[in-house]
Ligand binder design. Structure first.
Ligand SMILES: [Zn+2]
Length: 228
């Protein structure tokens, strides 16, 4: 997936604002502003892009050194005899490009069907609250966020299977251990979240260890029971 230039800069700003600037006390306001201008001047657009690409490939690309549920892969037609380096290309044959809530998104064909079924209801609920979706991420061959610094095989994210979407990461940021701040913008609208949950999709805002309110994924049990 190729992000536009504004997409890359937005990512930098998300990181700066949510991970660094947001934790600085109020008296650092001027400093925060100066750093933001400095980031633009100092890096320049090309450097910013390189930085993002490098950060992604080093930290989150799982390569062939990953693990995931064999049962789930088997359900998707990928048996235990398939070599790790073949899993990605086999999975990608099952990834479909769809329009969802006004955006193009790539997801697994199973997930695509679910999302299209609930789209109408989500649109109505979002309209009621005035919630406008700016970006949606889907399929991405990467490990789970919590595994990015870990050695050895990394747990494949549900995004790597095309079974998860992220809605507006900037407005619904990931929150790590022990952080009890609000669960993101979309979390304020429980009836939107419930439309997904009632369709067998888990919301990351309810994850126990660290909350990920941008994240919606097809429930493991539901996928395995689809043919039951
Ligand atoms: Zn996600």
């Amino acid at each position: 997936m190729v992000l536009g230039e504004s997409g890359f800069l937005r990512k930098i700003y998300i990181y700066w604002k949510k991970k660094i600037a947001g934790y600085l006390p109020e008296q650092f306001g001027d400093f925060v502003e100066r750093v933001e201008l400095y980031l633009e001047d100092f890096f320049g657009m090309e450097k910013v892009k390189d930085f993002i690409v490098a950060a992604r490939s080093e930290k989150r690309d799982v390569g062939n050194d990953f693990y995931t549920s064999a049962q789930l892969l088997n359900y998707l037609g990928i048996g235990a005899d398939v070599k790790p380096q073949q899993v990605k290309s086999l999975l990608e044959k099952q990834i479909k490009k769809i329009q969802f809530l006004g955006h193009t998104v790539h997801v697994h064909i199973i997930f695509a069907k679910k999302l299209k079924l609930l789209e109408g209801r989500v649109k109505i609920a979002m309209k009621k609250y005035g919630y406008k979706v700016e970006t949606i991420g889907g399929y991405d061959w990467r490990c789970v966020t919590s595994a990015k610094d870990q050695e050895g095989p990394k747990k494949l994210s549900y995004h790597g299977l095309g079974l998860a979407i992220d809605i507006d990461p900037e407005q619904n940021p990931y929150r790590s251990y022990g952080d009890d701040e609000p669960k993101g913008d979309i979390g304020r609208y429980k009836s939107i979240v419930r439309i997904f949950e009632n369709a067998g999709i888990s919301w990351g805002g309810r994850f126990k260890v660290s909350q990920n309110p941008m994240h919606f994924e097809l429930k493991y049990e539901d996928i395995l029971n689809l043919n039951a």
